[in-house]
Design a binder for this molecule. Structure first.
Ligand code: F3S
Length: 522
């Protein structure tokens, strides 16, 4: 099944929520020390549905458009050609406490969750379960009928009084009937298409998520506050958040599927494998960025994702774009843009940037595994990647009709930067309004900070036609009939992957927003 189709069907895409740090209560990350000789799985015959569980439908396609032979497994370590039957035989060691939960000593619901977790861990060759700390991040954000069984299961857990071990963040909701889909046709589609949204929100409210203001995929922003300490074992889902958390924060989480995040959150435990291990965090690719100017971060991320698929890259040549090798609120969007592209054009759950990200700062090239491969991204390669982006508009030469900025969600710095770029360009062109509506996706606390600290600019942006919303960009672009009626433009390499919206670098995007036309040669 083609990936885009899969996403449309499953809609288990991106994103996260806002918590003040004080809301996030920590718990010891110490792994349960005492282990008993008992084992967690009874093994048995492999069910039919599990045959393909060791890889996804994501086949590695190189920048040349040819298959690379790799298949994503979402573990951070390629398991091409792995056999599900073999994985079924593996059994991890459980502590007495974990075995007791599995045996039902803490209730029927928890026993079921533990059973799921143990089977999951065994399938991926986990050695044991580890205790989680920090705060989880969930990507269970779509209340569509196909999520019914998952929502029902979580509802049963909530009714049984289960809760996440810590207040957790959640991806943005898939719609915004206040500011984006505030028209009769869209609202009708939304209430039909997301008929279980209320049930899902109710589940989150009981399991430990804060109010809807905190919905965002960029949960790690200061205004949101879900940024666990380096080395913390934690359960996050949402490809862009996992990718940023592992790489820039230095946390340890696998790329969990929707639902597995909350199962782990309710148990406070996760199977240790893949990106949670030292070995699984070794880089098998050396990526040398050698562009003559600051790279196009989305294009570089796309190139890395396509090349490495889910393997881990050690990236050189980027330190000069981070003053003193520091990631700050003013430059983190560069890594957010690059990383989310590696996670959507491929399935990269962790990258190291030489001299910048925490593990690369500590260990340097020692992070490279033996027999690593090398990939150079120079001006020519970057141009080749950008040229490979298809124009998916049904009316290929039509004029754009809307701009999408903020996938993953915008930082405060990005909101102000875009506000100035667009309003100053409008003034220069003698205009007061943008030629097309501009949707700025951001967490509500970022919007509130922007209003408080830059009220005049935010007012100007609003009058010019720039709309702030905390929904998910791709969910909007994935709406039924969207590509037939909207010719979208974006600077997000992630939105580009999952929709018909076309990608342009920032400077070109500003021109498009002001004129409503795509510049010749762009
Ligand atoms: Fe966030 Fe939605 Fe993009 S969750 S990363 S805005 S696809």
């Amino acid at each position: 099944m083609k990936r885009r189709k899969f996403i449309q069907l499953m809609s288990i895409t991106p994103a996260a929520v806002v918590l003040a740090p004080k809301l996030l209560h920590a718990k010891s990350s110490t792994v349960a020390a005492k282990s008993s000789p008992t084992y967690g799985s009874t093994g048995g015959k492999l069910p039919d549905y599990a045959k393909n569980m060791l890889h996804s439908d994501m086949d590695g396609i190189g920048p040349d458009g040819k298959p690379t032979g790799q298949k994503a497994t979402y573990t951070g370590a390629s398991k091409a050609n792995a056999k599900a039957e073999k994985a079924m035989k593996h059994k991890m060691k459980l502590t007495r406490e974990e075995q007791a939960i599995l045996d039902g000593k803490e209730g029927e619901e928890k026993a079921k969750l533990m059973k799921i977790l143990v089977i999951f861990g065994n399938a991926f060759g986990a050695e044991k379960l580890v205790d989680l700390s920090g705060a989880p991040h969930s990507n269970m954000f779509i209340g569509a009928p196909y999520m019914k069984s998952m929502i029902k299961m979580l509802d049963e857990c909530a009714r049984a009084g289960l809760k996440s071990y810590a207040t957790y963040t959640v991806n943005p909701r898939p719609y915004d009937v206040y500011k984006v889909q505030n028209n009769a046709r869209d609202m009708e589609m939304i209430y039909e298409g997301y008929s279980l949204q209320w049930d899902l929100d109710y589940v989150h409210a009981r399991l430990g998520a804060p109010d809807l203001n905190y919905r965002t995929c960029a949960c790690y922003l200061d205004e949101v506050g879900n940024a666990p300490e380096p080395g913390t074992y934690v359960a996050w889902a949402e490809s862009s958040a996992v990718n940023y958390g592992n790489s820039v924060l230095g946390i340890r989480t696998n790329r969990n599927g929707a639902g597995m995040d909350l199962i782990q959150a309710m148990l406070g435990k996760a199977p240790k494998f893949g990106l949670m291990t030292d070995e699984g965090r070794q880089a098998t690719w050396l990526v040398e960025v050698k562009t003559s100017k600051e790279p196009d971060w989305g294009a570089v991320g796309t190139a890395i994702g396509r090349k490495c698929v889910e393997d881990i890259p050690y990236i050189t040549g980027l330190k000069k774009y981070f003053k003193g090798g520091k990631v700050t609120p003013d430059n983190l969007h560069l890594l957010k843009a690059m990383g989310s592209a590696t996670a959507s054009s491929g399935a990269v759950g962790l990258y190291h940037v030489e001299g910048v990200t925490p593990e690369a700062k500590k260990k340097g090239k020692k992070l490279l595994a033996k027999d690593y491969k090398t990939y150079v991204i120079d001006d020519k390669e970057q141009a080749r990647i950008i040229e490979s982006f298809p124009n998916l508009w049904p009316e290929k030469n039509g004029d754009p009709t809307a701009a999408f900025i903020g996938c993953p969600h915008n930082t405060y710095h990005e909101v102000i930067k875009w506000g100035k770029l667009v309003t100053e360009a409008l003034t220069k062109a003698g205009k007061e309004e943008t030629a097309i509506p501009v949707y700025m996706f951001m967490p509500n606390p970022v919007r509130d900070r922007a209003i408080e600290e830059n009220g005049e600019l935010i007012g100007k942006m609003k009058r010019a036609g720039m709309h702030a919303t905390n929904m998910c960009s791709v969910s909007y672009a994935g709406m039924k009939g969207f590509s037939e009626r909207v010719r979208g433009v974006t600077n997000s390499a992630k939105t580009r992957v999952y929709s018909s919206v076309r990608y342009f670098p920032d400077d070109v995007l500003v021109k498009i927003i002001v004129t409503g036309k795509i510049p010749r040669g762009a």
